[in-house]
Write a protein that binds this ligand. Structure first.
Ligand code: ARG
Ligand code: ZN
Length: 447
């Protein structure tokens, strides 16, 4: 009867919630950079998958009230896990009957820690809600797991001197009161909670149209200084990168493109339709690798999400391998050369080889082994099955799982079916066995 407090993720048991599917989030907020105050309402459209006497939301800010189907509902926070909010509606919810959940809240996200960590970042002129695997808890209540995707309307009112950026298409800006502007963004393809983002601050926003006709919105922190030209020389090429990736992976899965270059992040993230990059990536001139990596995630990670967080190789291995393919496309070294060099350059005794890309553990989800050994695993698969079958596997996977999610087990099954081969050897050795594989990614004979 009560919905489960998690979906059973092996790394994050509290992530997501049992008993319902969200179809849409309407997030309507006001944000004040000066005080880091965030307030507003999120309206969730969901369908129970079981009869529910109560259900959970994942959220860390203070809640003023919740209504379910227009009736006030009881709200309690789980003492053991402050991100678990238990909502008890007036009447039990019936399986299959759509519900509307309205959550009114306010808080200072930078002051909210979960397990001692705060993912929300205040910046010199605003804030960033950009992180993986957890960020939603700091700005909207959700069913926080990549297996429950939804569409989004994100509307944020901010002081006139800053901008508010999010996913998808800008449906317009408007003013309701002097000194404030409301930015209205819409993301129309199924999107995972961690890929929804907010970037508020002083940015130059550039709107254009890709050759494909898709709207492109890029934004640059106005204080990038001497990194601005290299950032632009990289991120303005997003449509070219997307065209290249389409030639490998099939049609771009979303309604818009773009990138946001910011300071104060320390990493890059593949937010759906609009990746966010720390300016540091552009400190040595153009960096198309990072643009290729984040845009490859639009297919591997965003369109086809992880079935569980331990499947992170399906995101990072493939996005990293796309960088090898771009290098080859750019005449800077073939994928085979890059893979061989990487394999040869890491000694067998290095602890790098002790992290399993196929199950790295939550503490090593973004370890270089997931990226680099993960990319070598992809190349080893290519070596095993040959180019034609390799690219057929990728395109079939992306087409079959588009808008949904998948697991490593399902990927292996597909690769075996399309190649007509038993590939245990390749996947066991490269993903699930500690130590440096005896044969390199180009096979025993090497490149
Ligand atoms: N998926 C991101 C990328 O590949 C990595 C995010 C790392 N997360 C973090 N909090 N540092 O580029
Ligand atoms: Zn990545």
């Amino acid at each position: 009867m009560p919905g489960a407090p998690g979906v059973g993720d092996p790394y994050y048991p509290g992530d997501g919630n049992g008993g319902y599917d969200v179809s849409h989030y309407d997030i309507r907020l006001t944000y004040t950079p000066e005080s880091d105050r965030l307030s507003g309402t999120t309206t969730i459209l969901a369908t129970p998958t079981a009869e529910l006497s109560s259900f959970n939301l994942d959220f860390a800010l203070d809640i003023r009230w919740v209504r379910v189907n227009n009736h006030p509902a009881r709200v309690e926070r789980d003492a053991a896990d402050p991100t678990e909010v238990v909502v008890t509606p007036k009447a039990a919810l019936r399986e299959g009957e759509p519900v509307t959940v309205v959550v009114r809240y306010a808080g200072t996200p930078s002051e909210v820690a979960v397990d001692g960590f705060t993912a929300w970042k205040r910046t010199a002129t605003g804030a960033l809600a950009v992180d993986e695997p957890h960020i939603a808890e700091w700005w909207f209540p959700s069913n926080d797991h990549p297996t429950d995707k939804a569409t989004y309307d994100v509307s944020v009112e901010v002081p006139d001197d800053v901008v508010a950026l999010s996913n998808g298409v800008l449906e317009g800006t408007g003013t309701q009161r002097a000194g404030w502007t409301r930015w209205n963004w819409r993301s129309t393809e199924p999107q995972a909670t961690y890929l929804a983002f907010l970037a508020i601050g002083d940015y130059d926003v550039r709107h254009s149209t890709a050759p494909s006709g898709l709207p492109v919105v890029n934004a640059y922190d106005t204080a990038l200084g001497d990194l601005r030209p290299s950032a632009e020389a990289s991120v303005e090429r997003t449509p070219e990168v997307v065209e290249f990736l389409e030639s490998l992976f099939g049609p771009y899965p979303f309604e818009a493109q773009g990138g946001v270059v910011t300071r104060d992040l320390g990493f890059a993230l593949e937010n759906q339709t609009r990746s966010v990059y720390d300016a540091g990536f552009f400190s040595r001139g153009t960096n198309l690798s990072v643009v290729v990596h984040e845009n490859a995630h639009q297919w591997f990670g965003d369109s086809v999400a992880l079935g569980k967080w331990s499947d992170i190789w399906l995101n990072e291995g493939f996005a990293s391998y796309a960088e090898f393919l771009w290098s080859e496309h750019s005449g800077e070294g073939t994928a085979a050369e890059l893979a061989q060099y990487l394999y040869d350059s890491i000694p067998a005794g290095d602890e790098f080889w002790q992290v399993l890309p196929g199950d790295p553990g939550p503490e090593n989800q973004f370890h270089s082994a997931v990226y680099d050994r993960g990319a070598l695993a992809v190349h080893a698969l290519r070596t095993a099955v040959g180019d034609e079958v390799f690219f057929e596997i990728l395109r079939t996977w992306l087409d079959a799982k588009r808008g949904g999610h998948g697991t490593i087990e399902e990927f292996v099954e597909l690769a075996e079916r399309l190649s007509g081969r038993q590939l245990d050897e390749v996947f066991e050795v490269w993903l699930f066995t500690k130590g440096k594989p005896q044969a390199g990614p180009n096979g025993a004979e090497g490149a």
